[in-house]
Design a protein around this ligand. Structure first.
Ligand code: C2E
Ligand code: CA
Ligand code: CA
Length: 875
């Protein structure tokens, strides 16, 4: 940089020297300005002025008047010397040739405020007739005319010849000498126009300042703050540049002028950078942009400090700073604009306005463009347009952001409402029979629990089941079977709802139901205090009302039913017991041919078998006679087998295969579930180790009962087993039903947290059938949900089920959970689940549960199949 500068100075000096030789005084002659009657305003031209540079500032007017100084042609209409510390002499010969206009008053204007010293000498016949010192180093009060630029009255007598000498000096910074002469009335006109235009400009800027301050207060957006800084900076810079600041703000303190322009320019530049950052909101774009602005802000601060503390003028540095800042802002704005920022587009447009104005100004100064009202005021017009456009852009951006924020809020709101609706639907579905819409078994249970808690137990639980209903399904099809079931349900509800000893099972502001549909074709009623005989009569009349012929699509249907009744408290004083015994009574009713039966303990066939089964189950656990089966789970994205669910099997020596659905509830009620679960866990850990040794890193899912969560030390026991077998607990998932985690929420949460803390994954089994709220599930350390197979079974034909599967998937994923589907029995269901984004699947279609020993063989066969690139969905 310095080198370049040095070379430039050298060449310029050489060139000037050459020119000096060429145009030595003998050859060179300057034209005289003729002011005749037709002239009331004159502007400097190249031909009428010559100049002399005095780098050391040693020449005095006497030296000049000697007449042998090497003046050279000015070359320019408006002298523009760029940055220089030279003292400059300008010579203009003048003659007042007016004959009719005898007034000798003229006003000399120097339309450039940034000159520190301006000495004016009017010379006639080698003698000084008028002399004045203006320039910004003098207080305003010493001036003959208080003009924001410089103006000096001259007395030019008609018919007389003068030499006008100006000596101009700035100690660094740009020197321009736009000279004009006016007759007084013309000068007043000129002042009026020019003041109007500048006034308009400053007025616009001031109005924008006030307007945007109001916006800042009401909108409170930071971008407005920087915008105001930017306008204020521009306002001050132009006030200083055009001399208004000196004239109005510090007229008697000329020393401020030495600092004014550089400080205001630097601060305006910095405000511009800060403004760009917030205006375009650079956080959204590349990081280097912000960093570059930070660097420039630091440099700007250093320059301001250097100028305030030091005596150096730092004009070139300030110029470069503004240049680099402008290029940086333009680059950033262009890049952001190309990346789609509308605001950056506004900024570019605004800046183009300003730069066009500034270039026109510079080109005029350089003499390329003529000086007229357009070119003279180009900068301030550009600047005003810039400020107006930026204002528009800012309003546009804030508007845009508001709209975006509003839309985002609305979206969030919709999503929450959607979730709520889905949750309500799930609960509704979980608590009602899909076919009849009546409350289901879970609902009946919760109603019974509430009644027991309120000491308001019913007198009897009555179960009514339709006989041979499957005949309708077979002959008329399931679709019609469902319709008939709805008819019957409606009939029962209508018949019983008028009877005041029938207790409503569901009663809220939306609906009241006295009948529950607890499974397929079995209905339940709760009866109030009344005697056995009355209950019997009621039951029989209900049966009779059903026996009257049912009209269905021009068919007359014969419906028959059986009724089982359990009394409270005689046959049970808990929900479970009442339900179980009413079921047994129903079975008795089938058998005794009377179609109605009360429970009788003596003839309960299950009592005896249950007791012996329990004893045998304990023994089977102790003797290792139970077996574990594995059912694989496939990852739907990679098609790989990633895990297996462990399912217990009991092959009884006498009764044969006993399904877990029969003995697990028994075990749960009697506490046998504890040794059973521990046995399953220990065996599963062994299997996990064996699988690992065979090279299969699979996740094993173990079913855990609600009761296990109420046992102190369950988690410790599991950890101990893990240590014994060496199994890694993060390869173990424990499946819990929704109801299990709801029963005793505090205990469940504590045990689940303990299990999770040792690395065990937790899964909510049979999701959708329980009564858990999603908001509660969110609080649990759960990793996975397993959609119940009752939803999967018909999801391709039943749109309700499809919606439930869909919402469960999206809600699960929203909560960051893995979603597994169970009970997949065919390829289309598997394909649909895959396309819906389900993570993993389990079901007969992939494989039935198989003994642990066969599982490895099956896996290896599968591997081969995959090697032969057989698609898994084609099994
Ligand atoms: P679950 O946890 O829902 O287990 C899945 C049941 O669905 C298993 O019945 C499995 O054989 C069956 N299944 C799998 N794929 C299909 C399919 O594609 N279609 C159909 N229709 N069924 C399929 P399983 O083995 O009879 O088990 C019944 C329930 O017994 C289990 O339901 C679970 O709640 C309980 N259970 C099984 N083993 C254990 C155990 O070790 N401990 C505990 N506490 N409960 C167990
Ligand atoms: Ca399970
Ligand atoms: Ca399940």
């Amino acid at each position: 940089m310095n080198n370049w500068l040095a070379q430039f100075v050298l060449w310029r000096t050489l060139l000037l020297g050459l020119l000096t030789l060429l145009f030595a005084p003998s050859i060179w002659a300057v034209d005289t300005v003729i002011l005749d009657d037709g002239v009331d305003q004159w502007m400097s031209t190249a031909a009428t002025q010559e100049l002399l540079r005095d780098p050391d500032d040693t020449l005095r007017i006497d030296d000049i008047l000697q007449g042998n100084q090497p003046f050279i042609p000015a070359w320019q209409d408006v002298v523009n010397l760029g940055n220089t510390t030279d003292s400059v002499w300008l010579h203009v010969p003048l003659r007042n040739d007016s004959r009719e206009r005898t007034d000798s008053h003229w006003i000399l204007e120097l339309a450039y405020a940034r000159l520190a010293r301006v000495d004016i000498f009017l010379v006639q016949n080698g003698a000084i007739v008028q002399q004045a010192r203006i320039g910004y180093a003098q207080p305003i009060s010493s001036r003959a005319i208080k003009h924001h630029f410089f103006a000096q009255p001259l007395m030019l007598q008609p018919g007389q010849q003068y030499d006008l000498y100006l000596n101009v000096m700035r100690k660094g910074g740009g020197i321009q000498i736009p000279l004009r002469l006016y007759r007084p009335d013309r000068f007043s006109e000129h002042m009026a126009t020019s003041n109007h235009i500048y006034g308009l400009y400053f007025g616009i800027m001031f109005a924008m300042l006030v307007y945007n301050s109001f916006l800042l207060v009401s909108v409170g957006h930071r971008a407005y703050f920087y915008y105001i800084l930017h306008i204020a900076g521009t306002f001050c810079t132009f006030q200083v540049l055009y001399g208004y600041a000196f004239l109005h703000w510090w007229p008697e303190t000329p020393v401020i002028n030495e600092y004014g322009i550089q400080i205001t320019t630097l601060l305006t530049g910095m405000a511009g950078l800060l403004f760009v950052r917030h205006y375009i909101d650079l956080r959204r774009y590349q990081a280097w942009m912000n960093q570059a602005i930070n660097v420039m802000l630091v440099i700007g601060t250093l320059l301001v400090a250097a100028r305030l503390l030091g005596s150096h003028h730092l004009i070139p540095q300030t110029g470069s700073y503004i240049g680099v800042s402008a290029i940086l802002m333009l680059t950033i704005a262009t890049l952001c604009w190309r990346q789609g920022s509308r605001t950056a587009g506004y900024f570019l447009l605004a800046w183009t306005m300003f730069l066009t104005g500034a270039s026109m100004h510079l080109l005029t100064m350089a003499g390329v463009l003529p000086t007229n009202n357009v070119t003279t005021f180009a900068v301030i017009m550009g600047s005003a347009l810039e400020v107006l456009l930026l204002s528009l852009g800012l309003a546009d951006r804030i508007n845009h952001e508001r709209r975006a924020r509003y839309l985002a809020l609305q979206e969030k709101h919709d999503a929450i409402m959607g979730l709520k609706a889905a949750e309500e639907r799930l609960i509704e579905r979980a608590m009602h029979s899909a076919t009849t819409g009546l409350p289901n078994r879970a609902y009946l249970r919760s109603t019974l629990e509430t009644l027991f808690q309120n000491n308001d137990a019913p007198k009897a639980l009555l179960l009514l089941s339709l006989d041979n209903f499957h005949e309708f399904n077979k002959t008329l099809g399931h679709h019609n079977g469902d319709k008939i079931l709805r008819l019957v349900a409606n009939h029962i509800e209508q018949t019983v709802k008028q009877q005041d000893h029938v207790i409503p099972i569901e009663a809220d502001w939306r609906r009241t139901h006295h009948t529950a549909c607890i499974e397929g074709v079995t209905f339940a009623l709760l009866l109030k205090h009344t005697d056995t005989e009355a209950i019997d009569t009621f039951g029989r009349s209900l049966l009779q009302s059903l026996e009257q012929p049912f009209e269905f699509q021009n068919l007359t249907l014969d419906i028959s039913a059986s009724i089982g009744i359990a009394l409270c408290p005689e046959h049970g004083d808990t929900t479970e017991e009442l339900l179980r015994n009413a079921h047994i009574a129903l079975e008795m009713a089938y058998q005794n041919g009377d179609n109605i039966a009360f429970y009788a303990r003596e003839i309960d066939p299950y009592n005896a078998r249950r007791l012996s089964l329990l004893a045998e189950l304990r023994e089977a656990i102790a003797k290792d006679q139970l077996q574990l089966y594995l059912q694989p789970q496939v990852d739907l994205q990679t098609q790989k087998i990633v895990g297996a669910e462990v399912l217990i099997r009991w092959q009884h020596p006498e009764h044969g295969f006993i399904p877990p659905a029969e003995f697990i509830p028994l075990a749960e009620r009697t506490g046998v579930i504890h040794p059973l679960t521990l046995w399953v866990c220990r065996k599963s850990f062994e299997i996990s180790q064996q699988l690992k040794q065979a090279g299969h890193d699979l996740m094993l899912s173990i079913n855990i009962s609600a009761r296990n969560l109420q046992t102190a030390g369950f988690a410790e026991q599991i950890t101990r087993f893990a240590k014994d077998t060496g199994v890694r607990l993060d390869y173990i998932t424990m499946e819990l039903t929704e109801t299990a985690v709801m029963i005793d929420q505090d205990d469940a949460l504590r045990v689940m947290s303990e299990l999770a803390s040792v690395g065990i994954h937790l899964s909510i089994d049979d999701f959708g059938t329980g009564y858990s709220s999603l908001s509660y599930l969110k609080k649990l350390p759960v990793d996975e949900i397993k959609i119940d197979r009752s939803f999967i079974k018909d999801m391709l034909t039943n749109s309700d089920d499809h919606v439930i599967v869909h919402t469960t998937l999206s809600m699960g994923h929203n909560l960051g959970l893995k979603v597994v589907a169970e009970g997949i029995e065919d390829a289309p269901t598997l394909d649909r689940l895959r396309s819906m984004g389900c993570d993993a699947a389990q079901g007969y279609h992939i494989a039935k549960p198989m003994p642990a020993g066969e599982f490895v063989d099956w896996l290896e066969g599968k591997d081969k199949e995959i090697d032969a690139s057989v698609h898994l969905s084609g099994i």
